[in-house]
Design a protein. Sequence first.
Length: 424
Amino acid sequence: MSNFLTNDTKAIILLCGVLGKDRTIKPLTQAEYNALVRWLISEKMRPEDLLRHEKLDLAATGSGIERERLKSLLGRGVQLGFVVEEWQRNGIWIISRSDSDYPTRYKKHLKDKAPPLLFGVGDRSLLKGGGVAIVGSRNVDSDGEAFTRKTAEACAYNKMPVISGGARGVDQIAMTAALDSGGITIGVLAENLLKKSLERNARKAISNDQLLLISPYHPNARFTVGTAMGRNKLIYAMADYGLVVSAEHKKGGTWAGATEELKRENALPIFIRSGKNIPTGNKELLGLGAIEWQEVISRDDLSQQLSDSAKSVKSNKQENLSLFDLQEQNISQANKSKTDNKQEAVSTETIIDDSHMITLGSTIYEAVLPIIINQLGSPTAVDELTKILDVSKTQLNSWIKKAVNEGRIKKLLRPVRYEKNNAR
């Protein structure tokens, strides 16, 4: 693939890139760039159209970005020429969201959170991604190290790329093991792309088309917590599956990245290393929807085993939905139905949440009641039920009160508990 920059990419670098040491002009943030893109789309224009300054008045009005700022950013053509020459001299290429070889996975999985620019070193055909994103603590224990090596070697054997962040600990162990086994590795870096690409082992793997290094940040960017957190989603989005080797509970980038992905509407299947001596964070992630990595996995059909495990969990997900998830799902469906047929009368009940009122169709109560009753095989207090079902106490009390009045649930006193009415 050519290192030639399209006009769209030139415009995006000028708008969003850090060029040289001049910090007097602040490049667009991703949110600002997205606002500008929405205006461009509405006007059936492309980023390259902004290189013609007669469009800037309209662009400023449409995006809410000051005209003079846009003009100053787009006027950095000379600086752009110098830095691009330096980058390309060191083997660094640049692509933008407007380019045909920009990772499709990022556009589909991250949508407008996909970075406007990607800097990279290595074979761009590897941007098709796939495989397993292996992540974990910088201070992993010996069991975690051995597990990481074994898993990365299995990925290489199965021709599944290993995607990671290049940081000390699990990231580097996974990437090195995959490369040493003849596999493909994609490093999504938060810092120093240029420096890391010039390391001897990296140069060898890059020349063998085994290693691709990419970053949404300037090739000389230094490490910050913000850049590390920002690239987490890019690691997962490049893969078919995620695997967390070790995570601290509610601390660090591994925990933040895994929980961010698990909450995503179109989340990847996230696997977790299990066993006797795993960190508390691993156990907690299992409770948030991650999948336990099987202790015995045949390396001959790793891809199929992961696919089967992910499908099995997905098929069981509906019956294990929290009431909050089910409520959101039904609200969405109810709103769609209301839009499709505004004349249809729907009986509703009003439920007071902790902070606001939500009007729900009566069918939601019928949908969630079996899940509540299923948890009431033995007398259970509301507080305990609230934690199990992940729903607000006020909302749960409303449903339980209705079910008690209908005789579907029995209320026990001293202390107050509830159980299903087996006589029904």
